[in-house]
Design a protein around this ligand. Sequence first.
Ligand code: MTE
Ligand code: MO
Length: 469
Amino acid sequence: KPNLPSYTMEEIAKHTTKETRIWVTFKQGVYDITDYVLKHPGGEQILLGAGHSVEPFWLLYGAHNKPQIYNMLEAMRIGNLSEEDAKEAIENMSDPYSNDPKRHPVLKPASVKPFNAELPLSLLIENFISPNDIFYVRNHLPVPEIDISTYELEVEVEDTDKKVVLTYEKLKDLPKHTITATIMCAGNRRSEMSKVKIVKGLDWGPAAIGNATFTGVLLRDVLKLIGVDEDSNYKHVQFEGLDMDPTSKYYGSSIPFWKAVDKRGDVLLAYEMNGAPIPRDHGFPIRVIVPGVVGARNVKWLGKITVSQNESDSHWQQNDYKGFSPSVDWDTVDFNKSPAIQELPVISAICKPEAHQKVQVKDGHITVQGYAWSGGGQKIVRVDLTIDGGNTWHVAKFDHQDSSEPPQHWAWTLWSAKIPVTTRIKNAEVWVKAVDSSYNTQPESFKNIWNLRGVLSNAYHRVPIELQW
Ligand code: MTE
Ligand code: MO
C-alpha cells in the first residue's frame, strides 16, 4: 500500500489505549483497531497485540486463519511498517521456530524459543491423567514438521546389515500396547536448588512433570523384527529425533539394552497420547516412551533406533543430564566421570497451597495436596508431611494411585493430607517427603545434593504459608 504513511515499531508502541488509539501490526501492515475493540467487547484477545504485532497472540489463541479476519483487518489499515522494521519482521518469519505449534495460554513458558513450559501448580494435580494440550513441554530445538505419508522409522543393529524401515502404517499394524506413565524432566524443581547456589538450566518449578496413557508398539516387538531379543549381546539402544540443531545434529540419547528388551520394561514406540495421535509438541508421529526413566531419554519425533555396544554420542547423553558432587564446579567438571541419568529417584511436591498463599484453618486442620513419583517402576508407599520442622509427621491419603505393581508401576500418585494445627500460629512451613517401594526416600536439604546442572532436585519440598483462623 504505497499511498499510506509508514511507521516504525517505536511509534506504533505508543498506541495502546483508547486515548492514544490502539494500533497493531500484522505482517507489513499497520492497523488502527480502536473502533473495532470498542464495538466488540469480548474481542479483547486482539488487545494483547496493542502497540505491536498481533501474530504471536493469534497463534496462541488460534483465532486467525480466517479470510474474513484478514479482510476486516485490511479495512482498518492506516499505514505500512517502516522499511527497516518490515525487514526485521520478514527475518522473523524465517525464524526456525515459526513453524512451532500453537500452545495453550495456560502453559507458563520458562523459555519460548525453544519452547519450554510448565503448568500452574494448582492445575497440575487437577487430573490423574494430564490433558494433552496442557502437558509440560520441554523442547531443545524447533518442532520438526513431519508428514506421516512419507514418515519412516529406521531400526538397525550397528555395523551389521540387520535393518528394517517401518512406515507409520506398518507400525500401527504391530501388536498394540498401552501404559500409563509419568514423564519428568531431570530439571524438575531446579529453581529450589538454585536458591542454594545458582545452577545452569531452565528455572523449572515443580511442574516439569506429567502423567498420560501412551499407546503404541513395544520396542522389544520391533527389535524382534531384526532378530534382536533379550538373549542378544548388546549394551545400548540409541534413539535419534528428527529435530535438528544448527550444526545439523539430531537430538539423541540412549538407554541400556536390557531395558529395551525386558518383558517388564514396557518401552513403547507410542503413536497415541491419551487416546489421540501424539501432539506435535510431544513427538508426532512417533515418540519413544521409556517409563521410569528420565524425560530426556523419551525421544520425540523418533527417526532412528540403533542397537549398539555404545551409548549415544549425542551431547544430551554425554555432556548433559548427569549428576555430580556438590563441590564440582564448571572449572573442575569432567562429564566422562558420571554416568548418564536413567531411572529417576523418588520425588514429591506440594501443589496446593502454593508458596505464600493464605490457608484457611477448618476444624483445626489445613488441607494440603500434591503428587509423588519414583523412577524405575517403583511405587509410592507413603507420603509424610510436617508443619513443625519434622517434630511430628502426618501421613497423606492417596487420592489416586494406579493398581500396577513394581517394577512396572510407572504412574505418579496424587495425595492429600489433613494436617492438624493445634496452636494458633500465623505462619508455617509445610514439608513433604515420599517413600517408594524400595523404601528409598528424599534427601532433607538441597545443600547436600546440589549439582552444577541442577538435576535430580528432589529434596523435601518446603512451602511457606500463612494460616487464617
Ligand atoms: N526428544 C527430542 N527429539 N527433542 C527434545 O528436545 N526433550 C527431552 C525429551 N525428548 C526432547 C526429546 C526432554 S529433556 C524431556 S524432559 C522430554 O522430552 C519432555 O517431553 P514433553 O515435552 O512431551 O513433556
Ligand atoms: Mo528434560
